[in-house]
Design a protein around this ligand. Structure first.
Ligand code: PHE
Length: 490
């Protein structure tokens, strides 16, 4: 309403002299007129001068001066035209408040000379302050300096202020109607694009943060690992059992029962249910045999294997427990080569520090086929890690109860210029595979690594507790960038 009125008025007229009068003449709310002028001015449609008016009223003291004259004038008038008057006499004749103010203001204005005797310095004075006060009483406007003086003497107070605009004229962007700058590209806006003034597109503007779920960095890295495995023809193993029996976690893997890892200092054992319900009995018998006295060309460990140890439930310490179940299942049917992988959680009773937690994720891969060799293992690892962006890897002999030979894998971090230990690998022992019933020329090459370690490197996380657990910084998790391994290097 006000906008149309203002722009329309300026189409036929040079200016709006006064926004207040304009509002009255056009039956508009002055506040609205002001807001429209401000906005139109901002877009250059019009020019306008901001006006601020103050309304003043006399204070009680001011009213008194206006009626009776100022104290300094009364003081001056009490001094004789010729000669002197004693200060004591003045104090006696004048009202105490008049004497007090007058005796400071009159000499300050150089109207009188003060001493024990007071005399005039000039013959005639005008009571200008009184005149000013009368003018204010009549509603006349006074200059700023005068107002300031009267206000400092506390003779006037401001009762209200009025703001508005004067000299409202066409601006450089004047148009009789405001152009609309749509902020969204809607279907409607696109259809009417000729009538619209489209703002230049800001390609650098960030979008609104999405009010949606966010993927945790571990999930993003896991997805990349998964993709790499799938591209290499691997199938995922079912890892949906955190609780495992010692049998599948250790015994089936030819890990002796007195091995230190099987101590409660390293492994979380379950209180309830504390033991497994069933195990494949004939296979258990063959595992017992191979532990106690060997077979398949092995001498075994020569100790008394106890069923109670194997029955104990625990939180799996590695996903290799799943691999052992999968290989056993595979051995039951006619042999087919397989490539398996898994990425899931494992648990270890470890002292928690900046790089260790009591639970983490393992990435595990294995290939099962006739006649596989160390050459196959090295070749597959080379391929796998180069797809991860680590094409420079090297190996170091190590020991696992279930693999022989075993190799620790290190990768060269080009950015840091250093070798990092990134995984563990090996060829599963005949003592593990033969009791399962796999044909004796079948070899299984396998490797494992943690998911946390590469994630910490990729997302530049110094403390694992920032990534996982109750200390995680949710804002950081929400804002983490996409994972690029397997994209850059593919
Ligand atoms: N299970 C091993 C670990 O916990 C990883 C591994 C898997 C090693 C397969 C060799 C073969 O580190």
């Amino acid at each position: 309403m006000a906008e149309e009125a203002i722009l329309g008025f300026l189409k036929n007229n040079d200016e709006i002299p006064h926004s207040g009068e304009f509002a009255v003449d056009h039956d508009l709310d002055h506040e609205e007129v002001k807001n429209v002028i401000k906005s139109l001015h901002g877009f250059g449609y019009i020019e306008a001068k901001a006006v601020r008016k103050e309304f003043w009223d006399l204070t009680d003291e001011g009213k008194k001066y206006a009626a009776e004259g100022t104290p300094e004038f009364q003081f001056f008038s009490a001094v004789p035209e010729e000669g002197t008057i004693s200060i004591d006499d003045l104090r006696r004749i004048l009202d105490p408040s008049v004497f007090q103010v007058g005796s400071t203001q009159a000499p300050k204005k150089k109207w009188v000379v003060m001493g024990n005797q007071v005399s005039r310095m000039v013959q005639h004075v005008e009571d200008k302050v009184k005149d000013m006060l009368l003018q204010i009483q009549q509603g006349l406007e006074l200059d700023k300096e005068t107002l300031k003086y009267l206000k400092n003497r506390q003779l006037i107070t401001c009762t209200k202020t009025w703001t508005g605009y004067s000299d409202v004229k066409k601006g450089p962007n004047y148009a009789p109607k405001r152009k609309i700058f749509p902020s969204d590209l809607t279907r409607e806006n696109l259809e009417n694009w000729e009538e619209l003034e489209l703002k230049e597109y800001n390609f650098n503007a960030k979008g609104q943060p999405l009010d949606a779920g966010h993927l945790h960095p571990l999930l993003k890295v896991r997805k990349q690992f998964k993709d790499i495995f799938c591209q290499m023809g691997f199938e995922e193993m079912p890892t949906n059992n955190f609780v495992e029996s010692s049998f599948w976690n250790f015994d089936a893997l030819f890990q002796p029962q007195q091995h230190p890892a099987r101590d409660s200092h390293d492994t979380f054992f379950l209180k309830a249910p504390s033991t497994t319900r069933e195990l494949p009995e004939d296979y258990v018998e063959r595992v017992k045999q191979v532990h106690e006295s060997g077979g398949y060309g092995s001498r075994g460990y020569n100790y008394e294997w106890k069923r109670e140890e194997a029955n104990k439930n625990l939180l799996r310490t590695h996903t290799t427990a799943v691999s052992s179940r999968m290989l056993y299942a595979l051995a039951k049917g006619p042999f087919t080569p397989k490539k398996y992988f898994s990425i899931d959680r494992v648990f270890r009773n470890e002292a928690v520090d900046r790089t260790h937690l009591a639970e983490f994720h393992q990435v595990e891969g294995l290939i099962c086929d006739r006649g596989l060799t160390m050459g196959d293992l090295i070749g597959v690892l080379q391929e796998f890690f180069s797809r991860l962006g680590m094409s420079k890897i090297r190996f170091k002999p190590t020991y696992n109860p279930y693999t022989e030979p075993s190799m620790e894998i290190s990768g060269y971090d080009e950015a840091k210029g250093e070798w990092l230990e990134i995984g563990n690998s090996g060829i599963f022992r005949p003592e593990m595979l033969q009791p399962m019933g796999l044909p004796d020329d079948v070899r299984v090459i396998a490797w494992g690594l943690s998911l946390e370690r590469p994630t910490m490197i990729l997302y530049d996380t110094k403390n694992i507790r920032d990534l996982f657990g109750h200390m995680v910084n949710l804002k950081k998790i929400k804002q983490n960038r996409m994972c690029r391994i397997g994209i850059d290097s593919a």
